[in-house]
Ligand binder design. Structure first.
Ligand SMILES: [Zn+2]
Length: 156
């Protein structure tokens, strides 16, 4: 389970659209293990921007700076996000081949040209990637704003 606020999800979608037609990428900061709660989204330069097909490499300086900032606190890097300009939000073969950190959640944004002619994030899915088995597993997304409606008063 990945719990992420609608505002943070919108920030990821905005950054992914801004990077189009390249892949955008960034880090997810948060806490938790079984239920991973994202509290901050960091956008990072993609060092492999402009390369053909599905390639991204987060600027390691952003990663180190984020780790340094979080050191000693309760928050950590829980995952990262990147976008696919072909509109798919599923891990690609190169994503699976480069999934060196099995603990991280992968949030993938599918971006494509919408009917207005502008880049639009059309789907966002979270995954865990198992590089050794060559498989990915879906991670359910939960928007805390939505679960707040799930009280007794709303039950039919
Ligand atoms: Zn990818």
């Amino acid at each position: 389970m990945l719990e992420i606020g609608a505002d943070l999800l919108a920030a990821v979608a905005d950054a992914a659209e801004a990077a189009f037609p390249d892949e955008g990428c960034g880090l997810l900061v948060g806490s938790g293990r079984r239920i991973v709660r994202v509290t901050e989204v960091v956008t990072a330069p993609n060092l492999r921007r402009g390369e053909a097909s599905d390639r991204f490499e987060l600027d390691p300086r952003i990663r180190f700076a984020t780790e340094r900032r979080l050191r000693g606190g309760d928050l950590r890097i829980v995952g990262h996000w990147h976008s696919h300009p072909d509109g798919s939000a599923r891990p690609s073969a190169s994503d699976l081949a480069e999934a060196w950190e099995p603990d991280l959640v992968w949030l993938i944004v599918g971006v494509t040209i919408g009917f207005t002619g502008q880049a639009q994030a059309i789907q966002i899915l979270a995954h865990r990637l198992d590089r050794v088995a060559g498989r990915s597993h879906p991670v359910p997304l939960r928007l805390p704003e939505k679960s707040a409606c799930n009280t007794r008063g709303f039950r039919g």
